[in-house]
Design a protein around this ligand. Structure first.
Ligand code: CU
Length: 450
C-alpha cells in the first residue's frame, strides 16, 4: 500500500470510527433506583426507570439480547447477584409502554413488553442463551417512542427479603443494545389472556387421583407471516408441561417440560415459604432459523398441571420472540432442524430428567450454566435406544484405529451393533439430533423420557 493511501485510509477511519463505535452493539448495565425491603416480607415493586442511561437506555435503539436480570446490594459493577438464600426473585417484568412496534395479538399488547425473569431462572445471568450473535446482528426489540425518543421503562419486581434486617437492593439489568438498524422482534405473550387481570394466574382445584392432570387451553392466531425465534414457557409449581400446536398444520411445535430441583435445592428448603416451589427450569426453545408461521394460522396452547393437589396461582404462558418474514409464503413450511431447548443444559446422561409424571432432575441443578454442546446430549436422552447406539459410536470413534478395525472386522458377536455403528458414523451427529426431534414432532408422539 502506498503511503498516501495509508494516510487516506487512516483519516477515513478516524472520521468514521466514533460514529460507528457509538452505534455498534454493546452491553449496557442499568440499575433500578434503590428498593427498600423488610425482613421476611415479600412485595411487588412497581418501579419507573427513567431513560437517562443509568436506569434505561438514554437514546432510542434496539435491545438485541438480554444478558442479566439480577438483584444486587451495591452498584459495584463486579457485585455478585444476591443468592436465592438471601433474596428470592419471584419475577421481574420489563415494559416500555407506548414504544413503537409493540407486539400485536399478545396478552400484553399495549404494555410494550420487553423481557422478564421468572423463578425458572434461579441465577438470572444466563439469558444470553436466548439469542445468538447471528440473531443479534439481525434482530432487536425496538426501544423507541413515536417521536424518536427513548421510552421510559416500567419494572415490576416481586422479591422477598430472606435476611434478618431491612435491606436496600437494586435490580441490575444488562442488555445488548445498538443504535444500528435491526429488524423488529415482537415479544409476544401467548397465554390465557382472560387471566391477565389476575397476573396470568389461575388456581388448579386438585382432589384428583395420583397422576391426574388438569389443563388450561387457549387459542392464538399468528398476526403476520414470520418466524418464532424463541419460545420460553413459564409455569409455576404443579406445572407438568406446556404445548404449542398448530391446528392449521396439524402439528405440535413445542412441548416444554418443567424441571424441578432436588429436595436439597434452596427453592425447596428456604423458609418462610411464599408458595409451593416452582420449577428451576421451563422448556425454552430457540431456533436461529425460526419456526415459520403464516398470518391467520391457528394455534392451541395447553398448560398441563398436576390435579392431585390444590395449586394456587398456577400459571402457563409462552413468551414468544416473533419476527416478520415475507419470505414465508408457503403454508405449513417444514420446521427448522435447529430447535434446541436452552432451558435444559448441563444435564448429565445419568441424571433423571423431569418427566410428564412429575419426576424430577436428580442432583444436577445447574441449568443456568452455558453448555451449548449438551443440547445434543439432552436431545439424545429423549430416546434411550438412540442413547445406547450413540454410546456405542462414541466407544468406536474414541478408540485407536487398530481396535476400531478389529471391532468392525471381528465383531462376530455383535454384527448388528457394528452395522448400526457404521451407519450412524456416516451421519453427522447434528443430523441425528435434528432427525430425532423432528421425528418426534412429526409423529405427534410424547418424547419418552425416564
Ligand atoms: Cu409467574
Amino acid at each position: 500500500m502506498t503511503p498516501a493511501r495509508t494516510i487516506t485510509l487512516a483519516v477515513f477511519a478516524l472520521v468514521l470510527l466514533p460514529a460507528a463505535a457509538e452505534a455498534k452493539e454493546r452491553v449496557l448495565t442499568l440499575y433500578s433506583p434503590a428498593i427498600q425491603t423488610l425482613p421476611y416480607v415479600h412485595d411487588t415493586h412497581y418501579i419507573d426507570l427513567r431513560p437517562n442511561g443509568n436506569e434505561a437506555p438514554a437514546r432510542a435503539g434496539y435491545i438485541t439480547g438480554v444478558k442479566e436480570q439480577s438483584l444486587v446490594d451495591s452498584k459495584d459493577p463486579d457485585a455478585k447477584p444476591l443468592p436465592n438464600a438471601k433474596f428470592m426473585i419471584h419475577h421481574f417484568v420489563y415494559l416500555a409502554p407506548g414504544r413503537v412496534e409493540d407486539s400485536p395479538n399478545s396478552c400484553w399488547t399495549g404494555g410494550g413488553f420487553i423481557t422478564g425473569r421468572g423463578e425458572e431462572h434461579p441465577e438470572g445471568t444466563a439469558f444470553d442463551r436466548w439469542t445468538t450473535p447471528e440473531s443479534r446482528a439481525k434482530y432487536g426489540i425496538v426501544n423507541r417512542m413515536p417521536n424518536g425518543d427513548a421510552p421510559a421503562w416500567k419494572l415490576i419486581a416481586m422479591v422477598m427479603n430472606h435476611v434478618k434486617r431491612p435491606k436496600k437492593v437494586y435490580v441490575r439489568t444488562r442488555v445488548h443494545y445498538t443504535r444500528e438498524e435491526r429488524q423488529p422482534i415482537y415479544p409476544t405473550v401467548v397465554g390465557d389472556c382472560a387471566k391477565a387481570i389476575n397476573g396470568m394466574a389461575y388456581d388448579i382445584p386438585g382432589g384428583g387421583a395420583q397422576g391426574e392432570t388438569a389443563t388450561n387451553t387457549t387459542s392464538w392466531t399468528a398476526p403476520f407471516n414470520g418466524r418464532i425465534l424463541l419460545a420460553a414457557s413459564h409455569q409455576h409449581g404443579g406445572g407438568r408441561y406446556h404445548t404449542l400446536s398448530s391446528d392449521t398444520c396439524q402439528r405440535r411445535i413445542f412441548k416444554a417440560r418443567t424441571y424441578y430441583a432436588p429436595p436439597d435445592h434452596i427453592y425447596n428448603t428456604i423458609r418462610p415459604i411464599l408458595h409451593e416451589p416452582g420449577p428451576i427450569g421451563n422448556g425454552t426453545f430457540r431456533s436461529v432459523e425460526g419456526v415459520p408461521i403464516r398470518e391467520g394460522e391457528q394455534f392451541t396452547r395447553t398448560g398441563v398441571h398436576d390435579n392431585s393437589n390444590l395449586h394456587v396461582a398456577a400459571m402457563a404462558f409462552w413468551a414468544l420472540f416473533l419476527v416478520k418474514d415475507d419470505s414465508v409464503t408457503q403454508d405449513c413450511a417444514p420446521l427448522p432442524d435447529d430447535i434446541t431447548d436452552v432451558g435444559r443444559l448441563n444435564v448429565g446422561p445419568r441424571d433423571c430428567f423431569a418427566n410428564d409424571n412429575g419426576g424430577q432432575i436428580d442432583r444436577r441443578h445447574v441449568f443456568e450454566h452455558t453448555a451449548e454442546g449438551s443440547n445434543r446430549r439432552a436431545a439424545r436422552a429423549e430416546d434411550h435406544r438412540l442413547e445406547l447406539v450413540v454410546h456405542a459410536v462414541i466407544i468406536v470413534v474414541r478408540s485407536d484405529p487398530a481396535w476400531r478395525l478389529r471391532m468392525f472386522i471381528g465383531a462376530r458377536r455383535s454384527p448388528l451393533l457394528a452395522a448400526l455403528a457404521a451407519l450412524i458414523i456416516s451421519l453427522p451427529l447434528g443430523a441425528v439430533r435434528a432427525h430425532d426431534y423432528l421425528a418426534e414432532v412429526a409423529l405427534g408422539r410424547e418424547p419418552s423420557v425416564t
